[in-house]
Design a protein around this ligand. Structure first.
Ligand code: ADP
Length: 486
């Protein structure tokens, strides 16, 4: 290894402290990999109500930050904790901003002061480093909530000796979430007028935290190579394709890894019985446990399909709802674990009333259940409209739960279509977002499922795949080192 790097990894959610999606998993596991490579990596996130201080033995630090937000200064407290491997995590406390029942909004509404909350958080990240002190070589920001950090470094902190050599990386996890706010937000952020221009953070009259990050960061990454290409197009660029094209030479696609300490059927303490590729008896027990959750005297032979997902437009929940009557009529079982838009919950709920023996809806966010379902199911559905990376297909493969996903973004990069002749491949993919292509992919999977030996081969192919962070973390390190050399 070269010289150890000092990396501040800033993310609005980090597993196991607070999570709404794959971002939390990605940041925790990337940090652990960087730590194991010998780098000095520290994480920084808000101390939400959901962060269980006692459980994780968080300690208050003797640091009080005073952060300018608009005309006033707001106080931030700092707490320290660690990931299970000892990687330091710092939490920014401010009850007014973060002591709420959810991370970003209630029900289907986002909090109206999200701009203010994350201005506070972004600026506090920089003031915290100075107070500790921890002089980062790289500040790696994730999602629009951290989008102003690169802007601050290039403007208000551009003459600050402490940050003279610091470089920024911004990871795009989902272009569909942009953090676009009223123009007045500029004043709240105390940023100079020059930032609010078409070549800067201005986006159709609004102040976009995401666009700001895309313009001001030294380097940009997305969480899969395919997504890094797709976002340059009108179809997937969410209006940011022009800015992204301008930054193409600084944009890298690095496929997310997964943390096999957490997500491996061989050592998973959250499932009924552990198992591995060479002995899958445990999977049968996991399957039986899951079947007991359905309200029927079960038919053990029918395949169980699952979906573990935010119930959002992006994830193609409507396509699943369209496909379900046909599938459920044929006798197979379906279980969904997810929270999200109410219209989807309502439709799914109706189906579970119509097919009570075959359709199980679990509308909650529950980590333990996610493990139980991925281990107990035979197939996992991910028919996304777009998918920056996606993690559940990768978890599925490791658990012998065959992914059926749309050939976009990280799904395309991680799932290999199963070829019945060569018996190579790990899942089933479809190209166009429509019912007939989706059903056709499911039918191909069901056909193989009927034949014991090819199915075993298929599950084993997936279980033997290695999507650990070792390779991806090295790609990030290479990127950090190149930036520093510049
Ligand atoms: P995204 O980040 O777009 O939501 P990913 O597939 O990248 O999608 O990551 C989703 C993560 O969130 C996975 O770890 C998945 O297991 C988890 N997850 C999604 N919904 C739930 C839920 N209702 N309960 C528990 N875990 C969930």
């Amino acid at each position: 290894m070269g010289t150890p790097l000092k990396i501040l990894l800033v993310s609005p959610e980090i597993q196991p402290f607070a999570k709404t999606g794959g971002l939390a998993d990605m940041c925790a596991s990337l940090a652990k990999s960087l730590h194991s490579l010998g780098h000095d990596v520290r994480l920084f996130m808000p101390k939400y109500k959901q962060v269980e201080g006692e459980k994780f033995s968080l300690q208050p630090l003797p640091i009080k930050l005073s952060i300018p937000v608009g005309e006033k200064n707001k106080t931030g407290e700092i707490f320290s904790g660690t990931l299970e491997d000892g990687t330091p995590v710092y939490f920014l406390g401010n009850d007014f901003y973060f002591n709420r029942n959810s991370l970003y909004g209630d029900e289907d509404e986002v909090f109206t002061d999200n701009a203010e909350r994350f201005i506070f958080y972004s600026r506090a990240a920089l003031e915290f480093c100075k107070a500790l002190p921890f002089q980062p070589d790289v500040v790696h920001c994730n999602e629009w909530q951290c989008g102003l950090i690169p802007v601050y470094l290039k403007t208000l902190y551009s003459q600050d000796a402490f940050y003279k050599t610091t470089r920024t990386v911004f990871s795009i996890h989902n272009l569909g979430y942009q953090g676009n706010f009223k123009a007045e937000t500029l004043a709240l952020a105390r940023l100079p007028e020059e930032v609010f221009t078409p070549g800067g953070a201005e986006y159709y009259g609004e102040f976009s935290f995401l666009k700001a990050a895309l313009v001001y960061s030294d380097s940009l990454t997305t969480v899969s190579p395919s997504y890094s290409e797709e976002i340059l197009t009108k179809e997937y660029g969410f209006g940011m394709e022009g800015v992204l094209k301008d930054r193409k030479k600084d944009l890298y696609g690095i496929l997310n890894g997964v943390d096999y300490q957490e997500w491996s059927p061989e050592k998973d303490s959250l499932i009924t019985k552990t198992y591995g590729p060479s002995n899958q008896d445990g999977k049968e027990l996991c399957r039986s446990s899951l079947l007991r959750r359905f309200s029927s005297t079960f038919d053990n032979k029918q395949p169980i399909l699952c979906m573990i997902s935010r119930l959002s437009h992006q994830k193609g929940v409507d396509l699943v709802i369209e496909a379900l009557p046909t599938l459920l009529e044929s006798g197979l079982k379906f279980v969904v674990l997810g929270i999200g838009e109410h219209r989807y919950e309502n439709e799914l709920q109706k189906l579970s009333v119509r097919y009570p023996e075959n359709c199980l809806c679990l509308f909650k966010f529950d980590e333990r259940l996610a493990h139980e379902i991925v281990a107990g199911s035979d197939m996992i559905l991910i028919p996304s409209r777009y998918e920056p990376c996606g993690l559940t297909q990768i978890y599925g493969m490791k658990y012998g739960t065959i992914p059926i996903g749309r050939a976009v973004g990280g799904l395309n990069d991680s799932i290999e279509e199963f070829d019945q002749t060569t018996e190579q491949g790990t899942g089933f993919k479809f190209d166009e977002f429509n019912l007939s292509e989706f059903l056709s992919a499911i039918k191909r999977a069901l056909f193989v499922f009927k034949n014991r030996e090819p199915w075993k081969r298929l599950t084993r192919n997936g279980m033997q795949k290695d999507f650990s962070w070792d390779r991806s973390a090295l790609e990030y390190v290479r990127l950090y080192e190149n930036l520093i050399r510049k």
